[in-house]
Design a protein around this ligand. Structure first.
Ligand SMILES: C[S@@+](CC[C@H](N)C(=O)[O-])C[C@H]1O[C@@H](n2cnc3c(N)ncnc32)[C@H](O)[C@@H]1O
Length: 253
């Protein structure tokens, strides 16, 4: 198990090695500076291994990350550094006494919430933890792109000095629920011992249209301030896979 976990965390690092966390952190920092420039305290939902948190703390913010995976939170605690802390909790139900200036949820965490009741509970929970006028920034899969581009089977092969990884993704599209179930078949091979770890992960991902987010925001005490394609800042369209929304808390719920 210990060996497997070592391989598993190495696989995660390898898989996301081409993701530009620094560019993303600056992109989000600019949005915060535009919509809530007095921000000091950030609440981060689904904080993963703390890569964004570390960069935000370097930019002068203090961060509380909420993460349901104990393994991910443990990595974050060890690596994210000053002015960061992490709780192993579910984002839809956690409670802390503090109130925050800005809440963030990055890399499609909200798309993992496939039930409408959980989405409403989560947005209400974010509202309860924000100061009046606080903002909530998140990125989600965009329905027009999912139906226009239609997710296909994909294979990714990666390797470093220690491991080789092959990941096959097989999407199952459900048009009645706006959920795409992405089934990942993963093989991690240790170049050192020859040990092979086989994993199957199913990620049910919900996608959203702007009117759906508008409705969700309205029902949970928010209004949409801004939406754009994540990172490129272009107008969302049927070509846009990930849309970034900035909401403002306009009332308590
Ligand atoms: C794709 S990862 C993104 C991690 C991180 N935000 C990043 O950008 O690297 C999604 C994360 O959301 C977490 N997550 C999903 N649903 C959650 C929930 N209900 N409560 C807490 N964490 C959740 C997962 O455990 C995972 O770490």
């Amino acid at each position: 198990m210990t060996k497997n976990f070592k391989l598993y965390s190495q696989y995660y690092d390898l898989l996301y090695q081409d993701k530009d966390y620094e560019k993303e952190a600056f992109y989000i920092h600019n949005l915060i500076q535009s919509y809530a420039p007095k921000t000091k305290k950030i609440l981060e939902l689904g904080s993963g291994t703390g890569k964004h948190a570390k960069l935000f703390s370097n930019l002068g913010y203090s961060i509380l990350g909420i993460e349901q995976s104990a393994e991910m939170a443990e990595i974050a605690r060890k690596s994210a550094g000053n002015n960061t802390s992490f709780l192993i909790e579910d984002i839809s139900v956690f409670r802390v006494k503090d109130k925050f200036d800005t809440a963030l949820s990055l890399f499609h965490v909200i798309s993992y919430l496939t039930e409408s009741s959980t989405l409403i509970r989560t947005f209400e929970n974010v509202n309860n933890h924000l100061k009046q006028g606080g903002i909530f920034i998140f990125d989600v899969w965009h329905s027009p792109a999912v139906y226009h581009q239609v997710p296909q089977k994909r294979e990714k092969k990666l390797s470093n000095k220690v491991i080789e990884v092959s990941r096959k993704a097989s999407p199952v599209i459900n048009t009645e629920t706006n959920i795409v179930e992405v089934i990942y078949y993963i093989e991690v091979k240790s170049k050192v011992t020859g040990e092979i770890l086989k994993l199957t992960e199913t990620h049910p991902m919900r996608h959203f249209s702007k009117p759906e987010i508008e409705l969700l925001a309205y029902a949970t005490g928010f209004e949409i301030l801004h939406s754009e394609e994540f990172l490129s800042k272009t107008e969302p369209s049927k070509e846009t896979w990930g849309v970034c929304y900035a909401l403002k808390k306009n009332k308590d719920v």
